[in-house]
Design a protein around this ligand. Structure first.
Ligand SMILES: *Cc1c(COP(=O)(O)O)cnc(C)c1O
Length: 247
């Protein structure tokens, strides 16, 4: 990616690729939502993206998003990283969609806190599509059990599935994993007679392929904001409270 280019040029390039992938696969552009992944980038960068028309921001850490959110008003925040049970309450105060719920325990914690607070985010279940030992996510079997338990329990609105396939430099290598996630979604819809409209799949390296395979959310960071580095922005923990602030 050419980091000499402006943010608006990079956004236009991503938009163009999204549109082209939609045309190739006979889908409407409106079926695909761009989640701009802002993790590690400072609030100024996030604000510029919002000024340029980005609407939905993806963060993978609850604290980081909570610290940035007041500085970047008018955005919609999605949690794309895993959610720990002790952060459920904080997460429900900000995020409209949780992309990477990966355990039955977290689903149960979500149901409890939702009951209390009335928050109703969309929830996607992360599936470890390539059965990688180092990755989070349900197996195709355990996602069935979790879905059944969540449906019996009620409260949590499960709207789809998410995956992070093994890292590769070849976007075509992701295609079978994206396809497997879509097919798993289709079979869960039939099995449970429910709709699971959302498929969160595809990052900077492979989002056009993900769109061809049915993605409704693509999570794009590097192609929009450049590489994340060690000088990355981090929220400061306020010593005398549980909140985070930006310096
Ligand atoms: C960081 C991250 C992304 C963005 O990846 P890029 O390669 O920078 O586009 C997408 N999804 C998740 C879950 C991430 O943590």
């Amino acid at each position: 990616m050419d980091m000499e280019s402006s943010f608006s040029e990079r956004l236009a390039a991503v938009e163009e690729k999204i549109a082209a992938a939609c045309v190739r696969s006979g889908r409407n552009r409106g079926e695909v939502t761009l989640v701009a992944v802002t993790k590690t980038h400072p609030p100024e960068t996030v604000s510029e993206a919002i000024r340029e028309g980005v609407r939905i921001l993806g963060e993978n850490r609850v604290q980081e998003a909570l610290a940035k959110a007041p500085l970047c008003p008018s955005a919609e925040w999605h949690l794309i990283g895993p959610l720990q049970r002790n952060k459920v309450r904080h997460a429900l105060s900000l995020f409209s969609t949780l992309h990477a719920i990966d355990s039955a325990d977290t689903l149960e914690a979500l149901a409890r806190v939702q009951e209390e607070t009335g928050a109703r985010p969309d929830v996607l279940l992360e599936v470890n599509v390539a059965a990688e030992p180092t990755k989070h996510g349900f197996t195709p079997q355990s996602v069935r059990e979790a879905l059944r338990a969540a449906l019996d329990r009620g409260e949590v609105r499960i709207s789809g599935l998410m995956c992070i396939p093994p890292w590769t430099a070849d976007p075509e290598a992701s295609r079978p994993h994206f396809r497997a996630l879509r097919e798993l979604r289709d079979s869960l819809e039939r099995e449970f007679s429910i709709g699971l409209p959302q498929l969160s799949m595809g990052t900077s390296g492979d989002y056009p392929v993900a769109i061809e395979e049915g993605a409704t959310f693509v999570r794009v960071g590097t192609a929009l904001f450049g590489r994340r580095d060690a000088s990355a922005w981090k929220p400061q923990r306020s010593p005398d409270s549980d909140s985070y602030f930006y310096q």
